[in-house]
Design a protein around this ligand. Sequence first.
Ligand code: ZN
Length: 410
Amino acid sequence: MESNALEKSLIEGMEQLEVIDCHEHLGPEKNRTGAEVDVFTLFAHYTRGDLAVAGMTDAQYASLFNRDIPLEHRWALFAPYWEHIRWGSYARAALLAAAKFYSVDDINEKTYQPLSEAIQKANTPGIYERVLKKACNIRTALTQCGSTDLGGTPLLTPVMPMIYPTETWEALTRPPFGSEAPVRTLDDYVDAMRRYVLKVKGEGAVGLKMMANPFETPDREPALSAFARLRDGNETALPPQNPLRDYVIDQIIAYATEQDLVVCVHTGYWGDFRQLDPVHMIPLLMRHPKTRFDIYHLGFPWMRQALMLGKGFPNVWLNLCWTHVISQRFVVTALDEAIDLIPMNKLLAFGGDYGIPVEKVYGHLVMAREDIACVLARRIQAGQMTEAQAIELAKKWFWDNPKELYRLNV
Ligand SMILES: [Zn+2]
């Protein structure tokens, strides 16, 4: 079989597979059906970054969502920037979503109006079911919207932020930490964090998310002294990196592990991404061998560093959430190397990473299947595996591995 036909066949095979979506920001469906929507809903998320880099100001971006301004005017503002960003991986998810759900084969001056009308018409209860379940074959999506109240649907499973504010006294005594018992000592603070972990676990959360910032070795004495300086008003603010933070994050990871929750870690790309290098996690991976760490985004651009976390640490899983829409070419390279390097029970294939524009989960999933098909087809053609074996691998990445890692009852 030639490469294109083989890739197509693999994609068709993967379309039959059930999917656990390993990371979203979807809130309860009523957030979406209660929102005003139009063509710009498809640009309400990561494309924002590309538009800004292309030259759009924050005020211009905000005006795209000001429905007091006629749609034609907003389109006229958007159109030149769209031409700059339309070839990127972020934009492609929007184009694929528009084609699938609203039958427009491009987003342009001829289609933006009918597309807007179609998006409005379809913004009704059941949209999650239609997009996530029917179009994507997703059984559940691990979602982070800051709440465990997701409207009671099995399509959403909450993951909550790991909250560890240590910069000001006000921050570390505000809810959820100071609300049930007063926080006067460092141990009170750690107890309050434990109550938060227990509470969100009781509400169905399966993981807690943190960032791969540089952390120093935790040490109780300097943490106690930093805590006392804040409490006694001898210091109004600690720097973002401080011994109190290093101590409490270590405590919260240990407690999450006791409670059998996964620790999810954002690595790489975002803002000053030097602060998010995946290698920052190495001391924590070594201190917490029993913790299950779900390392997000392959650390883009530090793909080899992220791959090495998966290579060297039994407590690491590598999660391609968000990754296919950062760059498809990057994923094809990284996934090929991951197969060389990493046992196949440690990869998670997909997480859409969207909030309001749920349709783009589908666009992203199509791109994920393409990337995986590209990598596996080459291996099949090299005589290294059969097509059936390739689909078996894809099934592990889309379903078995996340189910096992998060102990999901799906
Ligand atoms: Zn995310």
